[in-house]
Structure formats: structure tokens, C-alpha cells
Design a protein around this ligand. Structure first.
Ligand code: BJW
Ligand code: ZN
Length: 274
């Protein structure tokens, strides 16, 4: 059972100040929607080898296999719905002056949940593009046959996602770095934080002076460096964070400032685990 008082006063204070917030999400936030993660016991990379499915070389070698894998995952995603974690982040965006949601996920669930400012670092599984001329195609426009869809120019069409060794979309990545450098609060949610350049964003946020909070069901290599690590499923922790924020703001609204003394415990990053 997660305690609702586990959110530090510093976090609630900075969030209620409606300052700028950046959030980085990974596969873990969609786990409670039934979307498999990549790493860990139940992860996709336990059953499939990334080198055979998530590189350009793999696609050139065996495009049928890569297409079969993506069609299978699209089918899984067709019934997936946003969970309370996605919805809490959409609600938080409505409450903040400036919130940038940076996601490594390609599942589109943040948009379905109502988030608006979304930077998709690794593309989107519902889009496709031609390897040769770059022409974009929506998923629904693609025929199932032949098994490798071809562009009007004759080039092979591929899912519009970012594979290992490929560059991330330049402008999107640039915006993600700017938001992470400038934010006052950075939330790192449901990512193993091992894939670069996304994994540098929380570090950049720390260097820029942001208060960095990590939410994950288990500690990661990042955990010792953050201001607060909150262990638990994001679909439970994030809605609780909003409730705690409500309570905090109500109390602040009722309090007579002359009677309030704030004792802010200065904590060094990494010192605090729930
Ligand atoms: C919960 C939860 C719940 C569970 N609640 N939490 C050596 C050193 C450094 C870098 C490199 C290197 N060799 C190569 C590189 C570069 C490489 C890289 O970083 N590799 C590392 C693995 C070492 N990066 C790249 O190649 C990137 N491009 C690039 O760098 O270009 C420049 C360059 C070019 C050429 C050479 C070198 C540099 C591109 C990376 C593209 C990643 N693509 C994928 C596939 C996308 C398409 C698809 O889905 O099919 O993106 S891989 C996969 O990993 C996917 C994810 O977005 C990404 C990150 O994974 P994520 O989201 O963190 O998921 P998991 O499963 O790892 O973690 C889930 C977490 O959730 C866990 O912690 C759980 O505990 C937690 N969790 N349930 C909260 N309910
Ligand atoms: Zn083409």
C-alpha cells in the first residue's frame, strides 16, 4: 500500500507554484495498460533479440520478420487504453503553466489520455515512412498484403519509430533538452533510464537545478542521483501525487501566513527512498 504522505513538501511546493515541469516517461507507464516493457523478466527483450528486430540492419536483412513483429504489437495496442498514470499526467498539464511531456513510448497512449504537449522521442507505431523518399503513411492506409508494404516510389515502407543506432528526430530532441534544462521539477516515470540520449535528460535537469523525482516499481541506476525516488506503480503513485497536491494547495489557501512557519529539510540528492 502506497502512503499518500510520501511526496516531499519541496515537490508539492514547486508543483503548486505552477512553475515549469518536464516529465520523461518510458514503457513502465504503459505497463498497467497491458503493454509489455522491454527489459526485466516479462520484457520484450527476454523473448526477442533487439539486433534482429530493432535496427535498420535487421529490417534490411529480414523485413518480413520485422513487419510481423510490428503488426503483432499494433494488434496488442489496438485494445490498450490509457491508465490512471497517463490520465494523471494529462491532468497535471492542465494545472501547470508549462508542462512538457517527453516520452520514449511509441504507443500514443499519452495523447489518448488527453496530454497535449508531447515530445515523442522514439516515434509512433501508428505511423510509417518510406525508407527511400521519406513519404509518410498512416497505419490504416497500409494494406496487409504484400507482407512488406511498398511506397509509390518502389521503396520499402517501415514503421516510423527510432531503432538502435538511428538518430532521434532532431527538433524534438532539441526541445526535450531545452525543457529538461529549464524546468523546476523533472519527473522520471517508468523508464529503466539506460537508453541514450533519453537517459541524459534527468541528468541535464539535475545539472540545471531542477528537483528530480523518479517513480518506478524498482530502483534504477538513476535512483541514487535523484532528489526523491518513489517506489510503486505509476498508475497509483501519480493519481496520489495529484491528491496530495490538492490537499497541499487547500491547506495553503486556508492558512494565515502569519501563523505558518516552513521548516524545509534540505536533503541531498539520493538520500531519500520511500
Ligand atoms: C514501472 C511499471 C509501473 C514497470 N510503474 N514503473 C553504448 C553506450 C552508450 C550509448 C550507446 C552505446 N551503444 C549504443 C548506444 C546508443 C544507443 C543506446 O543508448 N544503447 C543503450 C542500450 C546502451 N542509443 C541509440 O542507438 C539511440 N540513437 C542514438 O543514440 O543515435 C546516435 C548514435 C547513432 C549511432 C551510434 C551511436 C549513437 C536510439 C535509441 C532507440 C531506442 N529504440 C527502442 C525501440 C523503439 C521502437 C519500438 O518500440 O519498437 O525504444 S529500444 C526500447 O528502449 C524503446 C524504448 O523507448 C527504450 C527505453 O526503454 P524504457 O522505456 O526505459 O523501457 P524498459 O523496459 O527498459 O524499462 C521499463 C521500466 O519501467 C523499468 O525500470 C521497470 O522497473 C519500470 N516499470 N512497470 C512504474 N507499473
Ligand atoms: Zn518512397
Amino acid at each position: 500500500m502506497i502512503q499518500s504522505n510520501l511526496f516531499s513538501k519541496e515537490l508539492l511546493d514547486k508543483l503548486s507554484d505552477a512553475g515549469s515541469v518536464a516529465v520523461l516517461t518510458g514503457a513502465g507507464i504503459s505497463a498497467e495498460s497491458g503493454v509489455p516493457t522491454f527489459r526485466g523478466e516479462e520484457g520484450l527483450w527476454k523473448k526477442f533479440r533487439p539486433q534482429e528486430l530493432a535496427t535498420v540492419e535487421a529490417f534490411m536483412r529480414n523485413p518480413e520478420l520485422v513487419w510481423a513483429w510490428y503488426r503483432h504489437r499494433r494488434e496488442l495496442l489496438s485494445t490498450a487504453r490509457p491508465n490512471p498514470g497517463h490520465r494523471a499526467l494529462a491532468e497535471l498539464e492542465g494545472r501547470c503553466r508549462d508542462l512538457t511531456l517527453i516520452t520514449q513510448n511509441i504507443d500514443g497512449l499519452h495523447r489518448q489520455a488527453g496530454s497535449r504537449t508531447i515530445l515523442e522521442l522514439h516515434g509512433n507505431i501508428r505511423r510509417n515512412r518510406c525508407m527511400e523518399c521519406g513519404q509518410r503513411y498512416e497505419d490504416i492506409a497500409l494494406p496487409q498484403e504484400p507482407s512488406i508494404p511498398l511506397c509509390r516510389c518502389g521503396g520499402k515502407i517501415r514503421p516510423d519509430v527510432v531503432w538502435f543506432g538511428e538518430s532521434l528526430p532532431g527538433e524534438t530532441l532539441e526541445q526535450a533538452f531545452v525543457a529538461s534544462t529549464r524546468c523546476r521539477v523533472f519527473l522520471c516515470v517508468g523508464t529503466s533510464a539506460v537508453v541514450y540520449p533519453a537517459a541524459s535528460l534527468p541528468i541535464v535537469a539535475l545539472q540545471g537545478g531542477a528537483y528530480v523525482v523518479e517513480i518506478n516499481i524498482e530502483p534504477t541506476a538513476l535512483s541514487p542521483q535523484v532528489h526523491q525516488f518513489i517506489q510503486g506503480p505509476s498508475g497509483e503513485v501519480l493519481p496520489l501525487m495529484l491528491k496530495a497536491l490538492d490537499r497541499y494547495e487547500n491547506q495553503a489557501g486556508q492558512a494565515d501566513p502569519r501563523n505558518v512557519q516552513i521548516h524545509d529539510r534540505q536533503e541531498s540528492p539520493g538520500g531519500r527512498y520511500s
